[in-house]
Ligand binder design. Structure first.
Ligand code: SF4
Length: 382
C-alpha cells in the first residue's frame, strides 16, 4: 500500500509542470469557444454524430448536415430503424460513406446490446463499429466528462509544437509519447472537475479548438494562443517545421466517362454493388479510362452494350478523393430501343424517384447540369 502511495505521489509531482498548461487552456476555451450546435448538449448520440461527421470534414460543411440529421433521426432508435438508403441520403455529399454505414450498424448494436442507451464505458464505446481511440475518447470526455485522451491531426499539431516533439507523429514511439501527453493533460484537468464545471470535456475541446482556429497548419496565430509562453515551437522558431510529418504521397490522376441516357422522361441509373467504394450509392453508367485512344462512341458502347444513336459532351467534373484527382467526362447519349439496356446496365428512373436516392457528389453534379434538375438537387432541400 505504501509503495503504491509513493508511486502515485511521484507521478503526481511529475505531472506538476504540465499543470501550467491546463489552467490557461481551460480559461481560454470558456472565452473563445465557437458556438457550435453540438456544443449546446451533453447528449452522447448528438456528440457521436458530430464527431463522426467532423472526421475529414470542416465544421462549416458539417453544421447543416448535422442539423438535418438530428431533425430526421433524433435518437439512436430512429437511426437503428431507418432504411439504409435513407441513412446514405442524409450523408449524401459528405463523402467517406463507410462512416454513415458504420453509424447505422452501431445504432443497431446499441439497441441490441445496450438497450438503446449510448454506452458510458470507454471500452464499450470503442467496440462500436466506426469508432477508434480518438472518437471514443472525444465522446467519453465531451458527453460524460471522463478523463479520456484525444489525439487527432489537430491535437497532434498543438502538442507537437507545444512540447517540441520530434519525429513522425504517425510512428509508434512519437505517437505513444503524444498520447501520453494528451492523457496527462486530461487527467490534470480532472482535478478541476466539479458538478458544474466539466473540466475534462473543456480541456479536450480546448485542444481541438486551438488546433482548428489558432494553431493552424500554416501561419499559426501564436499572438492569440493562451499557452504561447510555454510553447517550445514558438520559442525556438519551429512552428512551421513541427510536427515532423512525412511527405505527402503524390496524387494519382484518374479519368472516367459517364453516360446520361434518357428516354420518356426517365434516366438510366445504376446502384454501386456491395463491397466496392461508395456501395449503395446511385450513379450514371460509367467506365474508367485507361487510355485515350477510344472514341466516346466506342466507350459508350463498351459501358452500355448498345451502339449510341447520338452522343454529345455534357460537362466535365473534377474532384479529389483521398489521393486521387478524378476527372469525369459526362456525355448525353441517345440510344434506340433503350429498354434493351435496362437489365444489363441499370434501371430507368423518373426524376421523382431519383430525388429519393443517394448520389455521390460527382454524379449529383452531373445530374444538376441537366435542364430542369438543378433546382431539385440536395442544396435546395436543406
Ligand atoms: Fe501553436 Fe503558436 Fe500556440 Fe505554439 S504558441 S501552440 S505554435 S499557436
Amino acid at each position: 500500500m505504501r509503495r503504491q502511495c509513493r508511486r502515485q505521489s511521484g507521478r503526481r509531482s511529475g505531472l506538476e509542470p504540465l499543470l501550467s498548461f491546463v489552467t490557461p487552456l481551460l480559461r481560454w476555451f470558456l472565452r473563445n469557444a465557437r458556438d457550435l450546435p453540438w456544443r449546446r448538449t451533453h447528449d452522447a448520440y448528438a456528440i457521436w454524430i458530430s464527431e463522426i461527421m467532423l472526421q475529414q470534414t470542416q465544421v462549416k460543411t458539417v453544421i447543416p448536415y448535422w442539423d438535418r440529421w438530428m431533425r430526421k433521426l433524433p435518437t439512436i432508435a430512429a437511426l437503428a430503424a431507418a432504411a439504409p438508403q435513407a441513412v446514405l441520403k442524409l450523408w449524401e455529399g459528405l463523402g467517406y460513406y463507410s462512416r454513415a454505414r458504420n453509424l447505422h450498424k452501431a445504432a443497431q448494436l446499441i439497441m441490441e446490446k445496450h438497450g438503446g442507451k449510448f454506452p458510458t464505458h470507454f471500452d464499450d464505446v470503442l467496440a462500436l463499429p466506426g469508432i477508434g481511440r480518438y472518437t471514443a475518447g472525444a465522446i467519453c470526455s465531451i458527453a460524460f466528462n471522463q478523463p479520456t485522451a484525444i489525439l487527432d491531426g489537430n491535437v497532434i499539431r498543438v502538442l507537437a509544437r507545444l512540447f517540441g516533439a520530434k519525429g513522425n507523429p504517425r510512428e509508434k514511439s512519437t505517437n505513444t509519447r503524444l498520447w501520453a501527453l494528451a492523457q496527462e493533460l486530461v487527467m490534470l484537468a480532472a482535478r478541476r472537475n466539479t458538478p458544474k464545471d466539466w473540466a475534462c470535456s473543456r480541456l479536450n475541446q480546448a485542444l481541438m479548438e486551438i488546433g482548428a482556429t489558432v494553431c493552424t497548419p500554416t501561419g499559426p496565430k501564436c499572438g492569440l494562443c493562451p499557452v504561447r509562453r510555454r510553447c517550445v515551437a514558438h520559442a525556438t522558431g519551429r512552428t512551421e517545421s513541427l510536427p515532423e510529418l512525412p511527405r505527402r504521397v503524390p496524387s494519382t490522376a484518374r479519368r472516367f466517362a459517364a453516360f446520361v441516357v434518357s428516354g420518356r422522361n426517365r434516366f438510366l441509373l445504376r446502384q454501386r454493388p456491395d463491397g466496392v467504394v461508395n456501395s449503395g450509392f446511385w450513379e450514371f453508367p460509367n467506365v474508367e479510362l485507361h487510355h485515350d485512344t477510344a472514341s466516346p462512341e466506342e466507350i459508350a458502347f463498351h459501358a452500355l452494350k448498345v451502339k449510341p444513336a447520338g452522343i454529345q459532351p455534357l460537362c466535365t467534373i473534377k474532384h479529389t478523393i483521398t489521393r486521387y484527382r478524378i476527372t469525369v467526362d459526362a456525355y448525353r447519349v441517345e440510344v434506340k430501343g433503350g429498354s434493351l439496356i435496362a437489365n444489363s446496365a441499370g434501371r430507368w428512373l423518373s426524376l421523382g424517384e431519383i430525388e429519393q436516392l443517394p448520389f455521390t457528389s460527382a454524379h449529383r453534379k452531373i445530374l444538376q447540369t441537366i435542364p430542369g434538375v438543378s433546382k431539385r438537387g440536395f442544396e435546395g432541400r436543406r
